[in-house]
Design a binder for this molecule. Structure first.
Ligand code: SAM
Ligand code: SF4
Length: 322
């Protein structure tokens, strides 16, 4: 379905939990995180009802996210059921990778089409500082290697001033493994509302100095707004997601559903359609469809990351789903 600015909305991010086994500094507050009561989370059957209604409006690609989606019991079964819905073309997962290795075979059997693994640094000490937990970057790298051998895999790294020395080592993963490595500007939401991001343009200049033959990739790749580049000999591509400095709202194709059932037209603003009361009340599928249609029509022309005073969304990314 087209929104009021003529953009075709085909992609829905489904957050299945706000819980996480990490506490990334740009995503989640450390302590006193107000975790949602289990009953307030949408049940898998409710998420599937939303997906079904979304499909009837032309949304055929889904990303399962969180919090950390793999901490919620039954995630694989949910992915299987989601992928089996008539009209669903693609289901992918975004994860920090820590719980992924033992689940890879069942996720692939469930029909998962691809995995994004978040890894901001290859340095174990820095990883622990950034994530405020004792897991290591080596564990995540192990998951990346296993995953890349089984499923289309992307590595996502948030660009942070303290990890600029990691740009080239992370990008080199696209040379040594069949993975796309994407660098994402830090968005000023939740715990990241203040503080610095590192710019994607500066990162691109440094990548070009390291790989003078780095060229833009013309063919479309994935559902998202990344700009892709490749140098000779690379197995994957390097991507840049510069939502803050450039913005790509004119090509925005997505909605987000939080784990408690708020359907968000845009990351920046708190407005959205509360679907949980509909799902738990007597609303039929037509009512659900109308609520999703209304959310699509409410999508604003653009986000307001450059005018931070206009941001009305104060939830953290683990509550929104990234
Ligand atoms: N736990 C999973 C993970 O880390 O991939 C899924 C949820 S996480 C919220 C989804 C994505 O959002 C991750 O790639 C994470 O790096 C990104 N993210 C979180 N906070 C962000 C911020 N302030 N700016 C940009 N990306 C952010
Ligand atoms: Fe957890 Fe992902 Fe947020 Fe890190 S980015 S705290 S792994 S939800």
């Amino acid at each position: 379905m087209l929104d009021s600015f003529g953009r075709e909305i085909r992609y829905l991010r489904l957050s299945i939990t706000d819980r996480c086994n990490l506490r990334c500094r740009y995503c989640m507050p450390d302590e006193g995180v107000p975790l949602t009561a289990h009953d307030d989370l949408l049940r898998y059957e409710e998420l599937l009802r939303v997906a079904e209604a979304a499909v009837s409006l032309g949304i055929d690609r889904f990303k399962v996210t969180g919090g950390e989606p793999l901490v919620r019991r039954g995630c694989t079964g949910f992915i299987h059921a989601l992928k089996a819905l008539p009209g669903v073309r693609q289901v992918t997962l975004t994860t920090n990778g820590l719980l992924l290795p033992p689940l890879l075979d069942e996720l692939r059997a469930a029909g998962l089409d691809g995995v994004n693994i978040s890894l901001d640094t290859l340095d174990n000490v820095q990883y622990q500082r950034l994530t405020r937990r004792t897991h290591t970057a080596d564990e995540v790298l192990h998951a990346v290697r296993l995953c890349a051998a089984r499923l289309p895999t992307k590595v996502n790294a948030v660009l942070l001033p303290e990890t600029t020395d990691q740009l080239i080592p992370l990008a080199e993963l696209a040379q040594t493994l069949p993975v796309d490595v994407r660098f994402i500007e830090r968005m000023p939401l939740g715990t990241a509302q203040t503080g610095q991001t590192a710019s994607a343009d500066v990162a691109l200049d440094r990548l070009r100095m390291h790989w003078p033959q780095l060229k833009p990739v013309i063919e479309p790749r994935g559902n998202g707004p990344a700009r892709y580049f490749r140098a000779p000999g690379m197995q994957g591509c390097i991507g840049l997601i510069d939502a803050v400095s450039h913005g790509f709202c004119d090509r925005c194709n997505r909605l987000r559903l939080t784990s408690t059932g708020l359907l968000k037209p845009c990351l920046c603003y708190e407005q959205g359609a509360e679907l949980r009361p509909l799902l738990r009340g007597s609303a039929d599928n037509t009512t659900l469809q109308s609520a999703i249609r209304a959310a699509i029509l409410q999508k604003p022309a653009a986000h307001c990351f450059q005018q931070r005073e206009n941001i009305t969304e104060h939830k953290s990314m683990n509550q929104i789903g990234g």
